[in-house]
Design a protein around this ligand. Structure first.
Ligand code: RIB
Ligand code: CA
Length: 332
């Protein structure tokens, strides 16, 4: 089977963890590089989490490079501080959906030997693109800061990017009155650079990720496998369900939960998992007073502007959960 060369850019995060397991434990993908970006938690923390996951699932050979510790233009922690205010107003649980560590719910071994590379994410991504004899798919699972800077710093390498399969944005699903999705909310300017790059983009936003909700039965099937990766995945999915639903009580979820980032990598493993999508014009607000970071999807096709993003609305849920289970079982 011809494996798809990919770069995964992430900010673990429980759903990033699931995406890394699918990416690194599926025979269909050749993960050339993992990069980290500040988002769910500060850069040092999401990097530690990503290194722990890669080491624990047996993917130590995959290089990891650290990226940006803040958005391109906005203050370092503007999104999480705004969300913290919002959570206080709505009575959310402390430390949000991912907990204080960014990956609460599992104790990884202290002596992780895996270290980041000496070069930073943008350089490492450029090196992978330059050295690859085929186009590479980039899978951003956090704010688009690293990917935007790659596009700006290495315009000569943009043609080596086959597509961007991103978790981010939203079309008609309203998560909060700011109409925002977290990744595009953190770095609106980076999002705009990516959306205007001309690179084929597949956007897995809240419309699809809040339609693919795992439940206890999915966790039980994963924990029936006795390898350490399945155990780790099951424990972290249990924690994420509790924390996500406690962090966003207004969504009314109790015994189901999204696994956002896993959708964007699963769609690269098996594009037939996508059951509903549409090529549309998508922009992002960057100059507003209240809605900066909100993705504006021309789903009614009233702007007459050219389509630039394939917006995913639905996936085959059962086959998606089967893929999650299969990849966890493939891990160490
Ligand atoms: O809005 C969901 C996205 O924000 C996911 O990537 C999650 O990990 C957080 O980064
Ligand atoms: Ca993420």
């Amino acid at each position: 089977m011809k494996r798809v060369p990919v770069i995964i850019d992430c900010d673990p995060g429980h759903d990033d963890m699931m995406a890394l397991v699918i990416g690194c434990c599926s025979p269909e993908l050749d993960v050339r590089l993992v990069t980290t970006v500040a988002g769910n938690k500060p850069l040092e923390l999401v990097t530690k989490n990503a290194l722990n996951v890669l080491n624990y699932i047996g993917a130590n050979e995959v290089p990891l490079a650290m990226g940006c510790d803040r958005p391109i233009c906005r203050p370092k922690d503007h999104a999480n501080s705004k969300l913290a205010e919002f959570r206080r107003h709505t009575g959310s649980i402390e430390n949000g959906a991912h907990g204080a560590t960014g990956l609460d719910g599992f104790q990884f071994p202290e002596n992780n030997p895996k270290e980041p590379t000496d070069i930073r994410a943008v350089e490492a991504m450029a090196e992978v693109l330059r050295e690859s004899d085929e186009k590479v798919t980039i899978i951003p699972l956090g704010p688009l800061t690293n990917v935007a800077l790659l596009i700006r710093c290495y315009p000569n390498l943009v043609d080596k990017i086959d597509k961007i399969s991103m978790m981010g944005g939203t079309s008609q699903f309203v998560f909060t009155r700011q109409y925002m999705e977290f990744n595009t909310f953190v770095d609106p300017e980076a999002t705009k650079i990516v959306f205007e790059s001309g690179i084929p983009i597949i956007m897995y936003g809240y419309d699809v990720t809040y339609s693919v909700l795992f439940d206890e039965s999915v966790i039980r099937k994963i924990e029936e496998h006795k390898n350490q990766t399945s155990h780790m995945v099951a424990e972290l999915l249990k924690t994420f369900m509790y924390r996500h639903n406690g962090a966003f009580p207004w969504l009314g979820l109790t015994d189901t939960c999204p696994i956002h980032d896993a959708c964007a990598v699963a769609g690269v493993v098996d594009p037939s998992l996508i059951t509903q999508s549409e090529l549309l014009h998508v922009d992002v607000e960057i100059g507003g007073n209240y809605l900066n970071g909100a993705t504006v999807v021309d789903y009614a096709k009233t702007t007459g502007l050219p389509a630039n993003v394939q917006v995913v609305y639905r996936m085959d849920n059962q086959r998606f959960f089967d893929l999650m289970e299969r990849c966890a079982a493939n891990g160490k």
